[in-house]
Design a protein around this ligand. Structure first.
Ligand code: SAH
Length: 228
């Protein structure tokens, strides 16, 4: 019998396989440890997520974080800034898959960041900055302003607010990716005036992923780049 975390990783590997994305054995083992720690901390320490079944961890957390790499090229060694990372989604999941990136996790709730740090240390991941604070803090801007090749945010705030938060962090060629739900195009309409103000172009990426025996999962990403 597979343990729950083994099952989660098997599901993830299957789902990624259907996208021609292969996971090495080392990467699988890392995701398995991450899944096990998520379930353990969630039940014994503090609430990190409502989604803890193997299927939810595999599809709603890991796959949702990684599938974007099919559409947005993350340059080798790029600085990835994840705002409101919570239990590490998408930032930490991307870092496990792409250890070359330089990751910055920003989170305003200290205990969530503590969890991310524990996972990072357990997995021996290097080149991660754990920043306790808010994306809009002066200190964050001083430290990171204009430096994000990739800025990410999942389930943090409405798109129009996210554009204001992330535009100052983006490098000139950088891309901000907002993980959104089925209201993505409505949010884009609402965000249009702000996008004009901060000079960003928004593109919607919709992707349906089919995993055996599971309802197809639809992913929506809004990708924002500076207008020429
Ligand atoms: N991205 C994670 C967590 C989503 S919950 C996921 O998808 O699972 C949103 C998180 O963003 C919370 O942990 C909250 O503390 C954090 N947050 C909200 N606004 C923020 C801000 N302005 N700066 C940094 N963190 C923020």
């Amino acid at each position: 019998m597979l343990s729950d975390s083994e099952l989660a990783v098997e599901l993830l590997a299957q789902a990624l396989n259907s996208q021609s994305i292969e996971l090495s054995e080392t990467t699988k083992a890392a995701f398995q440890t991450y899944a096990a720690m998520l379930v353990d901390w969630n039940s014994t320490r503090f609430n990190l997520t409502r989604l803890v079944s193997p299927q939810q961890i595999a599809l709603n957390h890991f796959l949702d974080s990684l599938a974007v790499t099919k559409f947005v090229k993350i340059p080798f060694g790029a600085r990835v800034i994840d705002i409101g990372t919570g239990a590490g989604f998408p930032g930490l999941a991307l870092k496990i898959y792409r250890p070359d990136v330089h990751l910055v996790l920003i989170e305003s709730t200290a205990k969530k960041l503590l969890f991310c740090r524990a996972v990072g240390e357990e997995l021996g991941l290097t080149d991660i900055e754990y920043l306790h604070g808010r994306a809009e803090d002066r200190q964050t801007l001083q430290l990171l302003g204009g430096s994000g090749a990739i800025v990410t945010a999942r389930a943090v705030a409405p798109l129009k607010q996210l554009l204001t938060l992330t535009a100052p962090l983006l490098s000139p060629q950088g891309a901000f990716i907002a993980w959104k739900g089925s209201r993505a195009s409505d949010e884009m309409l609402e965000a249009e005036p702000i996008a004009n103000k901060v000079n960003l172009r928004m593109d919607l990426v919709e992707q349906v992923l089919t995993v055996a025996d599971v309802e197809p999962v639809k992913h929506y990403y809004v990708v924002c780049r500076r207008r020429k």
